[in-house]
Design a protein around this ligand. Structure first.
Ligand code: 5GP
Length: 202
């Protein structure tokens, strides 16, 4: 069986990547999503196990010690990590998987998995990013300012990604991500089976 591909999606807080991803999963329901393990407190509206598994710092550190994480990062005082097992399982089963991680996580995953495809979701402007972050109503002023600073640093790293998708229209951005995933399925590395099949029957 051909292995699945890994798609690393990053973008600053407020780039709208969650909303874009929701649309991507509607377009491509067969793609798996990596649920991160994090120590940040749950926000209103978040559901355990949907995007994140919420754990204590102690639990996170024991996962780290047991080498259960593919990568991890500290972001504004909290830990965020990608559990290794579900990634290995999805790819071995031939499923594509999306990892939503920050730029540090993206860099670490790319180092370990050279074939991973990285996509940066870009806000149309910094002014729009600021407007989105302020209008969310989920964070106080100090957190918003920290997120703005972090966003600047992330955007500076966008040049290191394979693809840039600008999110000024959610559906168009989701379709851009869909096209990247679909075209990567046509790569020769994913087509070894058909080559062998055709050759065997000639
Ligand atoms: P938020 O607190 O807004 O949900 O996420 C903060 C940042 O952490 C976002 O940039 C998000 O992409 C990133 N993030 C989420 N899960 C992971 C993860 O498993 N690993 C890393 N390195 N970053 C993550």
């Amino acid at each position: 069986m051909n292995k699945g591909s890994l798609f690393i999606i990053s973008g600053p807080s407020g780039s709208g990547k969650d909303t874009v991803l929701k649309e991507v999963f509607k377009l491509l329901p067969d793609v798996a999503f990596s649920v991160s393990t994090i120590t940040r407190p749950m926000r209103v509206g978040e559901v355990e196990g949907e995007k994140y598994n919420f754990v204590s710092k102690e639990k996170f550190l024991s996962m780290l010690e047991n080498d259960e994480l593919l990568e991890f990062n500290e972001y504004i005082g909290n830990f965020y990590g990608t559990p290794r097992k579900p990634v290995d399982k999805a790819l071995a089963e031939g499923r594509d998987m999306i990892l939503e991680v920050d730029v540090n996580g993206a860099f670490k995953v790319k180092e370990k998995m050279k074939d991973a495809v990285s996509i940066f979701i870009m806000p149309p402007s910094f002014t729009e990013l600021k407007r989105r972050l302020s209008s969310r109503g989920t964070d106080d002023e100090a957190v918003i300012n920290k997120r703005m600073l972090e966003a600047l640093r992330e955007i500076e790293n966008a040049v290191n990604y394979d693809y840039i998708v600008v999110n000024d229209n959610i559906l168009a951005a989701a379709q851009d991500v869909e096209h990247i995933i679909l075209s990567s399925r046509l790569k020769t590395a994913r087509k070894k089976e058909i080559i062998n099949e055709v050759l065997e029957k000639c």
